[in-house]
Ligand binder design. Structure first.
Ligand code: HEM
Length: 235
């Protein structure tokens, strides 16, 4: 099958799943902004959205599709790396001269992806496990109501020194995600055919803008709660 056996087919799969995950991140980051809005204006938008995305068939189906997207994207990344490694044969021991015009991210996409995935597992344990999973299975490991997403997020980020450590961990995670997306988005657009000499520079700029907006949404929330936490500790 060309999607598995040809180089362009494999890159196509990486691109489609990667862009799908970026769309999820844009939605997830926008939704998280409600945490800040609720905290500033006393509204309850975040928990209203969490209730919609809780234990119902469409939310569970969405989680399933998302999990599949992550698995295929990561699985293909490993597969492509192994094929590239084999294809280089004995040349892989040759000392590499610095290649002009090759950005740092492009050579470290797998490592960046592994860092992003590692933090994601911790993130899912902290939130998804205590919310959707708890609602579906009745297994509660948190003192909070699984539908009270707002309280669960605040408890993690504004919990004194532990909250500061968590915010710093999220900042490291988000930096790795930015580098991964900064290369990944334009590279995916190029694979899908949106590139020529004029457009190459433009899609690189588009990639950087999208990476910055996507990661910026999460960064606003993290920095906001870091500020709230420090304010509470100093009060
Ligand atoms: C400030 C940063 C973030 C906050 C406050 C946050 C919050 C949450 C919460 C509360 C949930 C559980 C929702 C539920 O189960 O109903 C969740 C799920 C999830 N988050 Fe995040 N998140 C953040 C950043 C991220 C990032 C950077 C990624 C990916 C790189 C990510 C990926 C996910 C995924 C894949 C799920 C599971 C979604 C599902 O169940 O369908 N999150 N997040």
């Amino acid at each position: 099958m060309w999607l598995k056996d040809s180089s362009i087919g494999r890159k196509f799969i990486m691109s489609i799943t990667g862009l799908f995950l970026v769309l999820f991140l844009l939605f997830h980051g926008s939704m998280n902004l409600c945490l800040v809005i609720d905290d500033l204006f006393g509204t309850e938008a975040y928990n209203w959205i969490c209730a919609m995305l809780g234990a119902n068939w469409y939310a569970v189906a969405g989680t399933g599709v998302l999990a599949l997207g992550v698995l295929v994207h990561f699985g293909y990344a490993i597969y492509l790396t192994i094929l590239n490694y084999r294809a280089r044969g004995n040349d892989r021991y040759a000392i590499e001269a610095r290649q002009e015009g090759v950005d740092w991210e492009s050579k470290n996409m797998l490592v960046l992806g592994i860092i992003v995935l590692g933090f994601l597992l911790l993130h899912l344990y902290n939130f998804w496990f205590k919310m959707q999973f708890a609602e579906l299975t009745g297994i509660h490991t948190s003192m909070f109501d699984p539908q009270d997403g707002s309280a669960i997020v605040k408890a993690l980020f504004t919990n004194g020194w532990a909250g500061i450590i968590y915010c710093l961990l999220y900042i490291v995670w988000l930096c790795a995600l930015w580098f991964h997306l900064n290369h990944g988005i334009w590279s995916a657009l190029q694979t899908l055919g949106w590139s020529n000499l004029i457009w190459l520079k433009r899609i690189k700029v588009i990639g950087t803008i999208f990476a910055t907006i996507t990661v910026g949404l999460f960064m606003i929330v993290t920095l906001y709660f870091l500020g709230v936490n420090i304010g509470q500790m100093c009060a």
